[in-house]
Design a protein around this ligand. Structure first.
Ligand SMILES: *[C@@H]1O[C@H](CO)[C@@H](O)[C@H](O)[C@H]1NC(C)=O
Ligand SMILES: *[C@@H]1O[C@H](CO)[C@@H](O)[C@H](O)[C@H]1NC(C)=O
Ligand SMILES: *[C@@H]1O[C@H](CO)[C@@H](O)[C@H](O)[C@H]1NC(C)=O
Ligand SMILES: *[C@@H]1O[C@H](CO)[C@@H](O)[C@H](O)[C@H]1NC(C)=O
Ligand SMILES: *[C@@H]1O[C@H](CO)[C@@H](O)[C@H](O)[C@H]1NC(C)=O
Ligand SMILES: *[C@@H]1O[C@H](CO)[C@@H](O)[C@H](O)[C@H]1NC(C)=O
Ligand SMILES: *[C@@H]1O[C@H](CO)[C@@H](O)[C@H](O)[C@H]1NC(C)=O
Ligand SMILES: CC(=O)N[C@H]1CO[C@H](CO)[C@@H](O)[C@@H]1O
Length: 686
């Protein structure tokens, strides 16, 4: 297997460097203050594609560097260019899907512009999205809106990760009115905090959806089925998630990286695929029988990640898991990082040593090829295959690598390759301040929250993917990377073509080579094979930075999200689309080293990928309402586990006998639990 991770590798959130910290009393005070002032707060959400106030690119951002990983200014040395430059390339596109097939290639399943989304660790969901449903973080909304306006579908967001495993929902809310509390962080390096969350988390998510159309995956706890008397909390959490999120909930994931449970001391030695399959069954049956689900096609699994011998996707499928659960699966999920910074047994990987591994097409291909058989099996079962969590490297990523322009090029290639390999979505993991790979990082909690977010290079990849697939939901992609026969540097020049309505609509051209001299700049001539391209011009947008090592001076179509502590999620600068005139059915597209070009073959393809421009929409100055999301408390009472079978369910915070901590709080009153009253003033630009 070409994948580099070894069995002991763990995902990001397990590492000492990414383990979320206990809430500092100061940040708690801050969030309480924000809640209490929510009614006076004015939210401005910008979804337009151009000319917000310029994002300043100042040297001061380096000076402001505090030592946290997310702002580490370290840059790596770019790999040297190959010895012999290749400067011209012909790309003859099959004119329709039949001729793609006839040429020995294959188009993917239909993909959406929101293919590349985000995986938010449960423990940081509030610091990224907001402290309550009334107090959403506007920069986060802006980052999401950039995708919605391009993709025509809201961003896909998973809330979960290792911290989902020991989570408990408190339906009365939490003592401090928080969305979630981290109630325990132990010293063990692979331990994750125990999370208590309240339905307010789902209301917050529902409101993110109402503003930017987000669709969700949510992670359920998976630590109860090993005991004889589970608390019944999981069915309650599942019920609340479905009732509050409605159709925006794409699925509930059950079990996070179960192939690592033994390594992480979450299950006894010897725990294997058979145990997992039976535990998955027990858990999902308990949710189906004890919860009140409105949609029983609800679950996601197995989320295996790490090439553990005997516990790989093939093993899970061979154990009959898919067949047994197909009626209740919303999708099939895997998780994977190409490498890790876990430093297991003193095995320290130097970022500089592996930088070049990310800067050619071999990486994307070798990461996806092991899943092609699985994806076909899953497709045959009528299900979607989701890469539920990925990024450059687990255990926080690498300084200088994970936050580089090169990493963003790689992420774009990897996402397109997954789409070509018939995944239906891929979600980039987002952690706290102490990781290098975040697509976006809010400022530390004691700092001002306006315009001080830090954009990670890989965020831009979501913009490219949205525009590459556009808004039709029927984009099919094919890897058109040249063979080494025609391009000795082919691995540095990946190319993809996107087909819509049986014709090529967009082409994505890479030049991974780092060479400011211009010697490795590429000119790609696009034609149709066996037909004449009717277009007299095509339109090109570029993804550019001075070098593959660059962290901040990055532009997509000449727009940027700027330097550290400088962004509110809005693109600054004038959007640039280069028009290229074609002659005799040939269009010559320059692709500088390094850069990515997206070529829009028609004006329609360009329009369908272009963010709607600023149109001011004033929401009512005082938006007050119960919202559409309500939970029937009666349904929940009957879903509290079947006490007659000894599964005394209880979501009350006083229910100490079921192992939950005692925190005072109010009980649900009345038959319907309604969303909180909102009084925030929204000024919304769509
Ligand atoms: C992806 O799915 C399509 C549609 O079923 C199929 O034609 C194609 O061969 C698949 N691609 C791969 C790489 O398996
Ligand atoms: C599951 O997590 C909860 C919350 O931390 C804990 O109280 C309970 O003991 C755990 N159950 C198992 C079987 O580990
Ligand atoms: C290309 O990437 C692969 C791994 O993804 C690496 O093994 C190989 O050395 C790289 N090739 C070059 C020429 O850098
Ligand atoms: C925020 O907290 C950090 C760590 O406690 C501290 O170093 C920094 O000075 C604080 N910043 C402000 C603006 O208070
Ligand atoms: C594409 O799918 C999204 C849901 O993900 C939907 O909102 C949108 O209307 C669809 N667009 C088209 C053109 O069908
Ligand atoms: C790129 O953006 C800058 C900054 O807004 C602007 O000055 C420049 O004119 C833009 N370039 C093009 C070609 O649009
Ligand atoms: C839940 O626990 C509380 C406090 O221990 C108790 O008052 C209540 O009756 C319990 N509810 C159910 C449904 O068991
Ligand atoms: C589901 C939900 O809670 N929706 C609320 C989102 O916020 C608006 C404005 O504050 C409320 O009107 C909705 O009820």
């Amino acid at each position: 297997m070409p994948r580099q991770i070894h069995s002991a590798a763990s995902s990001s959130s397990t590492s000492p460097s990414t383990r979320p910290r206990l809430l500092h009393p100061l940040s708690l005070l801050t969030s309480l203050f924000l809640i209490s002032t929510a009614s006076a707060q004015s939210l401005t959400l910008y979804t337009g594609g151009s000319t917000p106030t310029a994002t300043s690119a100042s040297a001061a951002s380096s000076a402001a560097y505090t030592g946290l990983a997310a702002y580490d200014p370290l840059t790596l040395v770019p790999p040297a260019p190959p010895g012999t430059p290749v400067t011209t390339l012909n790309l003859a596109l099959p004119p329709d899907s039949q001729s793609v097939f006839d040429s020995g290639k294959q188009l993917s399943i239909e993909q959406k512009g929101n293919f590349l989304g985000f995986s938010i660790e449960l423990s940081v969901a509030n610091s990224l999205m907001g402290s309550s449903s009334r107090n959403l973080k506007v920069p986060f909304l802006n980052y999401m809106a950039n995708i919605q306006t391009r993709a025509g579908a809201g961003p896909l967001i998973r809330v979960g990760g290792n911290s989902q495993e020991d989570s408990t929902i408190f339906t009365d809310g939490l003592e401090d009115n928080a969305v979630l509390d981290k109630i325990k962080v132990s010293a063990g390096v692979t331990d994750t905090p125990v999370i208590n969350y309240s339905p307010e988390l789902f209301y917050l998510m529902a409101n993110v959806t109402s503003l930017v159309g987000a669709e969700w995956f949510f992670g359920l706890a998976f630590n109860e089925s090993t005991v004889d008397t589970p608390t019944g909390n999981v069915p309650i959490a599942a019920t609340y998630a479905q009732q509050i999120l409605g159709s925006s909930l794409r699925g509930l994931s059950v079990g996070n990286e179960p192939d690592l449970y033994v390594d992480h001391n979450k299950r006894a030695a010897g725990y294997g695929v058979t145990d997992y399959v039976s535990e998955f069954n027990k858990m999902t049956q308990s949710v189906l029988s004890d919860g009140s689900l409105s949609n029983s096609v609800a679950f996601l699994g197995p989320s295996v990640c790490c090439d553990v011998i005997g516990f790989e996707m093939d093993d899970v499928l061979n154990a009959g898991w898919l067949t047994a659960n197909v009626d209740h699966l919303a999708a099939v999920a895997v998780q994977h990082y190409p490498t890790n910074n876990c430093q297991i047994n003193g095995n320290v990987i130097q970022a500089q040593d592996i930088f070049a591994d990310f800067l050619n097409h071999t990486s994307a291909q070798s990461l996806v090829s092991p899943y092609l058989g699985n994806a076909a099996t899953v497709q045959a079962a009528g299900k979607e295959m989701i890469m539920l969590e990925t990024n450059t490297a687990s255990c926080g990523g690498f300084p200088g690598l994970s936050d580089s322009f090169g990493a963003a090029m790689w992420m774009t290639d990897y996402a397109l390759q997954m789409a070509y390999g018939n995944f239906s979505a891929a979600l980039m993991h987002v952690g706290g301040q102490n990781v290098y790979y975040n697509p976006f990082t809010p400022p530390p909690s004691n700092q001002s929250t306006t315009k001080q977010w830090t954009t990670g290079s890989v965020y831009y990849s979501t913009l490219l993917i949205s525009e590459a697939f556009g808004q039709s939901n029927v984009s099919r992609v094919v890897d058109m990377t040249p063979s080494t026969d025609v391009d000795a540097n082919a691995i540095f020049h990946p190319a993809y073509a996107v087909y819509e309505n049986d014709a090529p609509s967009r082409v994505v051209l890479f030049n991974y080579i780092d060479d400011a001299t211009g010697a490795n700049d590429l000119s790609t001539t696009i034609t149709l094979s066996g037909a004449t391209l009717g277009a007299t011009e095509v339109y090109v947008r570029y993804f550019r930075a001075p070098t593959v090592s660059e962290q901040y001076d990055i532009t997509w179509a000449n727009q940027t999200l700027g330097y550290s502590f400088a962004s509110d999620g809005r693109l600054a600068g004038t959007q640039e689309t280069v028009t290229i005139t074609c002659t005799d059915g040939s269009c010559v597209v320059p692709v500088k080293a390094p850069s990515i070009a997206i070529v829009f073959m028609t004006q329609d393809a360009l329009t369908a990928s272009t963010a709607k421009q600023d149109v001011q929409t004033e929401y009512a100055t005082s938006v007050i309402g119960s919202g559409s999301a309500t939970v029937d408390a009666q349904a929940l009472q009957t879903s509290n586990g079947d006490t007659s079978q000894g599964k005394g369910g209880n979501t009350s915070k006083g229910a100490k006998s079921w192992g939950m901590p005692r925190i005072d709080g109010k009980r649900i009153v009345g038959s319907v639990f309604t969303a909180s009253i909102f009084s925030a003033v929204l000024a919304l630009t769509i």
